[in-house]
Design a binder for this molecule. Structure first.
Ligand code: GLN
Length: 190
């Protein structure tokens, strides 16, 4: 049971550590061939515009869309933006693998990064430490998408049958429950 972490840019190393800590074998994904044999893929934080540019250059844009037909993907922050259906305040072609509409850098300059409690319902409802770094907001969720986490009234975590997304960074805490949930999602995928 091996999982990939997109490793073109951004904070992939901490996601790799989180998976290793829950006993999962990992593969850094830098080209389409690296997706072979994986159970799922994590798309980390970073810069979504750079992600899309690099994904297209190396052929991973289409390869990930294909991979998503029968695998799970977990995207945090820029990873979430890249997986979304649409970005309202920036013209960028996204993977369109989950029906959410997002606003990039939605918290503004003054508080572009902060830590605050989020309420997450996976297995049961619980609080998590939400680390937000120049985070996007999910401003609309559509067909087949369930909200799993809230910060105040904003949806900050959501999923459809194969894609899990969070606007915050669970890999920057010692809390492994969200990574464990993602692995469980891969196991349950039929
Ligand atoms: N602001 C970044 C973007 O728009 C996301 C920030 C992050 O991934 N921590 O892509």
């Amino acid at each position: 049971m091996k999982f990939g972490i997109l490793a073109l840019q951004g904070d992939f190393a901490l996601h790799q550590k989180a998976l290793q800590r829950v006993g999962i074998e990992t593969q850094l994904v830098r080209k389409p061939e690296h997706l072979t044999g994986l159970m799922g893929l994590i798309m980390p934080g970073g810069e979504s515009t750079t992600f899309v540019k690099l994904l297209k250059e190396i052929g991973l844009f289409d390869a990930i869309r294909e991979f998503a037909k029968n695998h799970v993907i977990f995207g945090t922050c820029a990873g979430l933006i890249t997986l979304a259906r649409k970005i309202v305040n920036y013209d960028l072609e996204t993977l369109n693998l989950i029906d959410i509409v997002v606003e990039r850098n939605a918290y503004g300059r003054q508080i572009d990064s902060f830590v605050d409690t989020v309420r997450v319902s996976i297995n049961h409802t619980d609080t998590f430490e939400g680390v937000f770094i120049r985070a996007p907001k999910i401003i609309e969720i559509g067909q087949g998408v369930t909200a799993l986490g809230y910060h105040q009234n904003d949806v900050v975590m959501a999923e459809n049958d194969r894609i899990l997304v969070a606007t915050f960074h669970p890999e920057l805490t010692d809390d492994l429950r969200i990574h464990e949930y993602f692995i469980q999602k891969a196991r349950e995928l039929k």
